[in-house]
Design a protein around this ligand. Structure first.
Ligand SMILES: *Cc1c(COP(=O)(O)O)cnc(C)c1O
Length: 391
């Protein structure tokens, strides 16, 4: 491997690229694979958003470089959204930064705030970009166990004194990927007290903040008093507005941390295409009706599948948000053996919990990213599989 740096040699490929290949191999054999593996909504971007893109793309002024930290229009739309949604005040110039999707921002943020060898606390199981981002930055991952009996909240008590003392940064993520758990503001109050006590930066990944069901509303970590002293929060339009391919997100909160990230990014990229930022600003300033409509679709899929799983003896908590069901594998299986069985014997692709860390052993993550008719087919296939096994 003459042309590959040590850093990249030691970096495994992003887990989902591997699953993608597995799926394509089966499809080539003519198998009708139902993909409940990928964590991306299947629904279209609302038309009022792409109408803005289409109009703006025609204007010559839109074809120039964006300001490095993103357009004022988008940043102020994010600030106004925080005011309206959470009653949190943000300065669009210093406390909001445009990202080319939140994954980009998260991975670069780690490099912007830690030094080589620094410890970073990441939830286990958790979104894979945290762990890889820490590795890329030369940091050390410290795994934070989540409470499987109490809604997957952090178990700070299971961290060693040395880890708590040495950690520089901690990630949390609610509504959570992969466990689909949601929290109330108390969880963030505890997190802020924890990071304050141990002098740790808190990075909250709120990619699913608006993807919630029924009466439940997901709070912001910045609603906690003094949170801006210790924390940033990452947001994304990918899941809430079905804009995964557009690559647009933001980070808000602590000025100094945001400035560090802006500094790093200004040496790497020149923010996002202006018409995309305009369209995203329109989304953030909207009445969120489109989001509510999508949420109803995800909720209805979730309820249908969750009920069917329950009848088949596959246990899961009923989620209040996210686009996932986090289900226990039946006795006698590991995460990967059960995921493989579903793929090979039923053509259903799910993600083994261990793709998100060893803390995901015993679970699979099921994405609600297919239409109800396809979910009906999933349920038929699962019933067939389970009746084959009945004694
Ligand atoms: C999808 C996802 C992201 C990344 O979203 P972007 O498309 O990069 O904005 C970040 N965090 C979590 C937990 C996600 O599931």
């Amino acid at each position: 491997m003459l042309y590959v740096s040590n850093k990249i040699k030691n970096l495994p490929e992003y887990v989902f690229s591997e699953f993608q290949r597995q799926k394509e191999a089966l499809q080539e054999k003519g198998i009708d694979v139902i993909d409940l593996g990928i964590g991306a909504p299947d629904l279209p971007t609302p038309s009022f958003i792409y109408d803005v893109l289409a109009q703006e793309a025609k204007k010559q002024a839109s074809h120039r470089y964006s300001p490095f930290n993103g357009s004022y229009e988008f940043r102020s739309a994010v600030a106004d959204f925080y005011k309206k949604q959470f009653d949190v005040d943000l300065d669009p110039d210093t406390e909001v930064l445009t990202l080319i999707g939140s994954k980009e921002g998260i991975v670069h943020f780690i490099q912007a705030v830690i030094n080589e060898g620094d410890k970073v606390i990441i939830p286990d199981p958790g979104y894979p970009a945290y762990q890889m981002g820490v590795q890329l930055a030369g940091g050390q991952n410290v795994l934070l166990p989540l409470d499987t009996n109490k809604g997957f909240v952090p178990r700070y008590d299971l961290l060693s004194e040395a880890d708590k003392k040495q950690a520089k940064l901690m990630f949390l993520n609610y509504p959570n990927n992969p466990t689909a758990s949601t929290v109330e503001i108390n969880t963030y109050k505890e997190a802020i007290s924890f990071v304050k006590k141990h002098k740790i930066i808190l990075a909250h990944d709120a990619a699913y903040q608006l993807v919630t069901f029924g009466e439940y509303k997901s709070p912001s970590v910045l609603q906690v008093q003094d949170a801006k002293k210790y924390a940033v929060e990452f947001g994304s339009l990918s899941k809430s507005f079905n804009m995964t391919g557009w690559r647009i997100g933001y980070v808000v909160g602590n000025k100094e941390m945001i400035q560090a990230l802006a500094n790093l990014k200004s040496n790497i990229d020149t923010s996002q295409f202006l018409p995309i930022q305009k369209a995203a600003a329109a989304a953030m300033r909207s009445d969120l009706k489109a989001v509510a409509e999508n949420n109803l679709i995800f909720q209805s899929r979730m309820e249908k599948l969750q009920k069917a799983l329950e009848e088949l003896g596959i246990e899961s908590e009923k989620p209040k948000g996210s686009i996932f069901i986090w289900a226990k594998v039946p006795v006698g299986y590991s995460s990967s053996s059960f995921a493989n069985k579903l793929l090979e014997e039923a053509g259903i692709m799910v993600t083994p919990g261990t793709a998100f860390g060893l803390g995901g052993e015993g679970y699979i993550r099921i994405s609600l990213s297919v239409a109800e008719e396809r979910l009906d087919e999933v349920i038929r296939r699962l019933r067939r599989l389970s009746s084959k096994e009945a004694p």
